[in-house]
Design a binder for this molecule. Structure first.
Ligand SMILES: [Zn+2]
Length: 157
């Protein structure tokens, strides 16, 4: 069974998504934007434009702008190679054009939520340094720092 998130964490992660005009995500072994549109029978009537492509250390991101029935959206496609011939495709949809940093933030929000859901991380933890119990959102001055500190079980003291 998946873990329920506390209200504070839920609201915080939702606020990040809203601020970045995030609409939704999809993921799977063969679920690129083009494959999703093909499956839905929409590929023919969709205008797709590639905006940028980033070769990272262990993942690749392509940003697409696509228009269906006059509505334009943006899709960041992130590929993560998890073993020698396994590639996981994650797609993140936005209503406004994100930059690479914003795509990475959304990717991390999704990753963190998964870690909470499978109990790999908990929103509250005991700091290895000062032995105090802390909520992850009190441990850093922004999302990235709080997430890093949570992974280290460090409250920021
Ligand atoms: Zn501490």
């Amino acid at each position: 069974m998946l873990n329920q998130l506390d209200e504070r964490t839920k609201n915080y992660l939702q606020a990040i998504r809203n601020n970045l005009h995030f609409l939704g995500e999809n993921g799977g072994e063969c679920l690129s934007l083009k494959e999703i549109l093909t499956k839905k029978g929409l590929i023919e009537k969709t205008a797709i434009k590639e905006l940028w492509k980033d070769e990272g250390f262990n993942f690749t991101t392509i940003l697409y702008q696509y228009t269906i029935d006059g509505v334009t959206k943006f899709c960041a496609e992130v590929w993560v190679q998890y073993d020698i011939d396994g590639v996981y495709t994650h797609t993140f949809i936005f209503s406004q054009r994100p930059n690479q940093e914003q795509v990475e933030t959304i990717r991390l929000v999704s990753e963190l939520e998964t870690k909470f859901a499978i109990n790999q991380l908990k929103p509250t933890f005991t700091c290895w340094e000062c032995d105090q119990k802390s909520h992850w959102l009190d441990s850093g001055k922004n999302f990235e720092e709080s997430y890093e500190n949570l992974k280290e079980s460090y409250c920021g003291c």
